[in-house]
Design a protein around this ligand. Structure first.
Ligand code: NDP
Ligand code: PYR
Ligand code: MG
Length: 591
């Protein structure tokens, strides 16, 4: 960010950096905090100018001990703070030390949430500077446990809760949110939280976590982000009986009641925030997710992270992996365990890219991809009883119930786990895949770690170190036969922050498949020779802001090319523009 600010001062093109000069789009810098140079003073706006005690209690402007002597005088802070003056760097050092002392992941999570509530910029500074260490804390796997125990660890509400009680008043509820200029909403109804199932209202941890990544990894301003949980009840008996459960104590509403609430919500969102707010559907069960995406895809700016975001990251990983495993996309045979949102979403994007590359019809390229669900291999004889989203994958084949038998019959070169069920890639399954591939590509995508189809150690051990492996939740490096293997993290966190930024800065009004393919190409293009030499098919997350800027630029470029962008004229240098729009968590000086 230092260099971005310097480039801005040193006169990059006005078009590259002045969102206010154009209509729509842009990561808005409403308070002028980020377009100010570091030595310019900015006003700590709340509704009025915050000062004194209320300034210390305002997480957006609180700097704790880092207020200067001058600021302490000007803002009535004398006596409200101990005399020592700290720097943000020193605060960061102290907090990282504190967080590292906790042995229990959930304690680390709670410490991070407390920090977010207390001092937003410091929270993001920690996250940006220590992304590889803190991502597993604020995101998968720990966020899964946090959602399971949300009722017990719940302190202050984060995000907006819209329950059936608010039916008919959803617009009013949206107006209660203190921010007006919202650019990204992540919404869940809590029915399929990671691979943990129905967690009802406690799913709120997911939109909160995802949006903190929008800011830390993609640079979207925190005040522009709105986490929402739609509470239509839960079918989780344990939660219904739990005295600390925070949601509606009733079984899930379905059918018309559900549809009407969702419809009211989507209408109110557009009414309150306009056409260009991006609504990211997250962790809905598949019986609603595909329908919601199809229904609102033509009228709203919507994106389903589990179907589309996952597809992009996996396509990028597979394309990058071709450098290690050889061949073109169309030379490979794919077998999925899990034919839901993630599985069929990924399969469709791979087939689309294959079709683009080979000019073969989609119907043909789909035949390179096989899926297994809880009832066995998806085949044509099952077609009548299959859910709509599985039908394109019902190829001609005799029915196979057992996954190992399916592996032996299909002989995949790429094995993908998207079942939500842990340890389903057994020793026998992995050994079978290794028996007909020199370098099998194995992706165990299910989250959190407990649901991963196999561990990194199992993948490397059972293939005798020949596997190229990536997983949805992180695994530590593994030593096998004296060699260290570093597993990659195949998680949509690589994608949605950059994709969202690209949509916001271009003012795109729809998400098009071509934008998804562009994002995959951008991510795959970031994997270096050094990464490949270590067996990695994704670039390190420590570079994620640069990666997100590249993804944002490619997505925005595609939106302009397709005529979907409304932020006109198009900035000349989209990478620079994306970088210049990114929120920086560095403290600002108050006048
Ligand atoms: N790494 C990442 O970025 C992402 C990971 N995920 C993870 O993927 C997992 C699945 O998510 P999603 O696709 O949305 O879930 P869905 O519920 O939509 O799909 C799950 C699929 O797995 C199948 N399945 C369940 N149990 C078994 C079993 N024992 N054997 C074979 N198949 C089984 C289901 O079969 P049936 O249809 O017959 O019920 C269904 O087809 C979750 O753990 C989630 O955390 C999701 C998104 C992103
Ligand atoms: C990563 C993610 O979106 C999921 O597991 O649902
Ligand atoms: Mg998800």
């Amino acid at each position: 960010m230092e260099s971005t600010l310097k480039e801005m001062r040193d006169g990059a093109s006005v078009l590259d950096m002045d969102p206010s000069s154009t209509v729509g789009g842009g990561v808005e810098d409403v308070y002028g905090e980020d377009c100010a140079t570091e030595d310019q003073l900015v006003t700590p706006w709340t509704v009025s100018v915050a000062s004194g005690y209320s300034l210390l209690r305002d997480p957006r402007h609180n700097k704790g001990l880092a207020y200067t002597e001058k600021e302490r005088d000007a803002h009535y802070l004398r006596g409200l703070l101990p005399p020592s003056v700290s720097t943000q760097q020193l605060q960061e050092k102290k907090l990282m030390q504190n967080i590292r002392q906790y042995q229990v992941p959930l304690q680390k999570y709670t410490a991070m949430m407390d920090l977010q509530e207390r001092n937003e910029r410091l929270f993001y500074k920690l996250l940006v500077d220590n992304v590889e260490e803190l991502l597993p804390v604020v995101y998968t796997p720990t966020v899964g446990e946090a959602c399971q125990k949300y009722g017990s660890i719940f302190r202050r509400p984060q995000g907006l809760y819209i329950s059936l009680k608010e039916k008919g008043k959803v617009l009013e509820v949206l107006k209660n949110w203190p921010e007006r200029s919202i650019q990204v909403i992540v919404v869940t109804d809590g029915e399929r939280i990671l691979g943990l199932g129905d967690l009802g209202c406690q799913g709120m941890g997911i939109p909160v976590g995802k949006l903190s990544l929008y800011t830390a990894l993609g640079g979207v301003r925190p005040s522009s982000c709105l986490p929402i949980t739609i509470d239509v009840g839960t079918n989780n008996e344990q939660l219904l009986k739990d005295e600390f459960y925070i949601g509606l104590r009733q079984r899930r509403a379905t059918g018309q009641e559900y549809t009407e609430l969702l419809d009211e919500f989507m209408t109110a969102v557009k009414q309150n925030y306009g056409e260009k707010v991006l609504v990211q559907f997250e962790d809905f069960a598949n019986h609603n997710a595909f329908d919601l995406l199809a229904k609102y895809g033509t009228t709203h700016l919507v994106f389903n992270d589990d179907i589309q975001g996952t597809a992009v990251v996996v396509l990028a990983g597979v394309v990058a992996a071709l450098k290690l495993i050889g061949g073109s996309l169309a030379d490979h045979t794919f077998l999925f365990l899990g034919a839901g949102e993630a599985g069929t979403g990924i399969a469709e994007l791979i087939a689309l890219e294959m079709s683009k590359q080979t000019k073969a019809p989609l119907g043909e390229t789909r035949k390179k991809i096989w899926l297994v669900d809880s009832k066995g291999l998806v085949v044509s004889s099952r077609k009548e009883s299959l859910q709509q989203f599985k039908k394109p994958w019902a190829h001609e084949h005799e029915p196979i119930m057992d996954f190992l038998d399916a592996v032996k019959a299909i002989k995949p070169t790429v094995l993908i786990g998207s079942s939500g069920v842990g340890r389903t890639f057994t020793k026998e399954v992995i050994e079978a895949v290794a028996s007909f591939n020199e370098k099998p590509l194995i992706m165990a995508l299910s989250n959190p770690t407990s649901q991963s189809e196999c561990t990194a150690e199992e993948a490397y051990t059972y293939t005798k170190g020949r596997a190229i492996f990536a997983s949805g939740s992180p695994f530590d490096p593994v030593e096998y036969n004296g060699k260290v293997f570093v597993p990659g993290q195949s998680n949509n966190a690589y994608i949605f922050p950059g994709l969202g930024l690209g949509i916001v800065i271009s003012g795109a009004i729809r998400v098009h498949d071509e934008m998804l393919l562009a994002a995959a190409e951008a991510l795959a293009g970031q994997v270096t020779k050094e990464n490949f030499d270590k067996g990695l098919i994704f670039p390190p997350l420590s570079n994620i802001r640069k990666i997100s800027a590249q993804i944002a630029a490619k997505v925005a470029a595609k939106a302009y090319e397709l005529g979907l962008a409304t932020r006109l004229p198009r900035p000349h240098n989209l990478v620079k523009y994306a970088e210049s729009c990114m929120y920086s968590p560095t403290y600002r000086s108050y006048r």
